[in-house]
Design a binder for this molecule. Sequence first.
Ligand code: GDD
Ligand code: MN
Length: 374
Amino acid sequence: MAEDAAEVGRRSVQSAYELTIVSPTFNERANVRALIAKLDAALAGVAWQVIFVDDNSPDGTAEEVKAAARDDSRVHCIRRVGRRGLAGAVLEGALASAAPFVAVIDADLQHDETLLPAMLDMLRADAADMVVASRYLEPEGLATGLSQTRQQGSRLATWMGRQVLRNDVSDPVSGYFMAKRAVWDVTAPKLTTEGFKVLFDILASHPDPIRVAELPYRFRDRLAGESKLDRRIVIEYVSLILNKATNDMIPARAIMFALVGSTGFLVNVAVVLLLDVTHARLPFWGVQLSAALVAMTSNYLINNVITYHDRRRKGLALLSGYIRFCLLCSAGLFVNVAVASFLNDRLHAPLLSGVAGAAFGAVWNYVTTALAVW
Ligand code: GDD
Ligand code: MN
């Protein structure tokens, strides 16, 4: 009996995993079994495991993974409750791994899993510390699984990402890559848990440039379920790039707040024009005041769903937050005018004073609403 237990123990030591594949899921029930079968076929002879990190999908993805795990001990599930976010899910899966190599792959079968052995071989041979599967390397990488707009958007995102990275990676927003565990361990404390751009964040956060290799592949069409990439994800990404470009000095949230604020400026101008063409019977100050109120309202609502998506206010709290937001931003306007007048009285430089006043007002709005509204 005792010998049997020792034997079992030895076997489990020998079967330690060399490769962990992390697959983030949200409503991917229909793809789970298919992905496991594809991994099994692609990774014959490799000691691998797959960790699905599911954000409590309403379609029962986690139950499906656990059912599969009862048939196959290489399949694992981390079910997160009360949290959402691709980046955080990927990170949690990677940090749960003890394997020397950790890969990320989408669960929706858009990533070509037959690339995994080649990626693994490059890391084993120490040819690189990270291998990225790229949609933009010829000849295979033609990103056919993306719509025309998504393709252009993705190329723009790629170009922007490359401007602030010290690595020359053709697809820095790829969701498919493999890295040595040390890369994950070193960057983990610095990564954002929101948004989609895990790879970009790792590349930008590593203390020294990572040795990266790339392999081309053809991005497949999604057959089951739907994409979760939306406008908010894109704004988050732009904010992250600017945050990295300023060396972490300006928080991503403040950048998002400023981006939303600039939409408020456009709303303000649009309302003035609208009231003008409809010949509304309002004195000019009435026009400007209405426009400012509409802009403030739209700013509040957009910030609530984008900038503060993770702690957005609903119902009565949405209303009380709105009142506080309007009061604080009105005070911000006062700060703006006060600072600008103070400077202009002394410097007689209206443009400079105006810009300084606006900057003070913006910082005031961001800081006070961050503290008192969200
Ligand atoms: N746990 C968790 N939580 N998983 C998520 C979440 C989330 O909030 N959002 C999305 N996922 C999972 C999906 O279930 C899927 O397995 C994977 O993350 C990718 O999500 P998709 O919604 O299919 O993304 P996509 O195909 O539109 O975007 C692809 O291209 C982007 C770059 O343009 C992905 O490869 C992204 O990773 C990549 O950044
Ligand atoms: Mn997808």
